[in-house]
Design a protein around this ligand. Structure first.
Ligand code: ASC
Length: 128
């Protein structure tokens, strides 16, 4: 039986894993490594926008144990972490909206902003 803290770690890791599952193919399309399919892109963007709301729920007090990719400083900077997560949510929602148009020229810069919002948080709070 898992403790609530262990379950919270599983939950947030599952969330990030699902985000990666949807974000990866979008990146490949933006880079031209995978043929652009507007419908598939829009579905993935919608999934990332929805999933972006979840991982924060798994960073509960006391879940700072075990071998995870969260740096120790995340716990003392929870307000900043939440703010960065919210930026990700806003940028991901915007990308989902833009993706409905199916225009790669419009998608590309917004995809970049979402990637930047991932990176901003990883730089501070994710182990290499
Ligand atoms: C990815 C991935 C990340 C982000 C980040 C964006 O595809 O796995 O962590 O994009 O590299 O800058």
């Amino acid at each position: 039986q898992k403790s609530p803290e262990e379950a919270a770690i599983d939950y947030r890791q599952a969330g990030f894993s699902m985000i990666k599952h949807h974000f990866g193919p979008m990146g490949a399309m933006v880079k031209g490594e995978k043929e652009f399919n507007a419908e598939e892109f829009a579905k993935n963007a919608e999934a990332v926008a929805a999933l972006s709301k979840f991982p924060i729920n798994g960073f509960i007090p006391g879940s700072d144990m075990g071998e995870t990719e969260a740096k120790d400083n995340i716990w003392a900077n929870m307000d900043d972490f939440k703010k960065k997560m919210e930026t990700f949510q806003v940028e991901a929602a915007s990308l989902a909206e833009i993706a409905k148009g199916g225009d790669m020229a419009a998608i590309k810069p917004q995809f970049g902003k979402v990637g930047e919002s991932c990176k901003a948080c990883h730089k501070e709070y994710k182990k290499d």
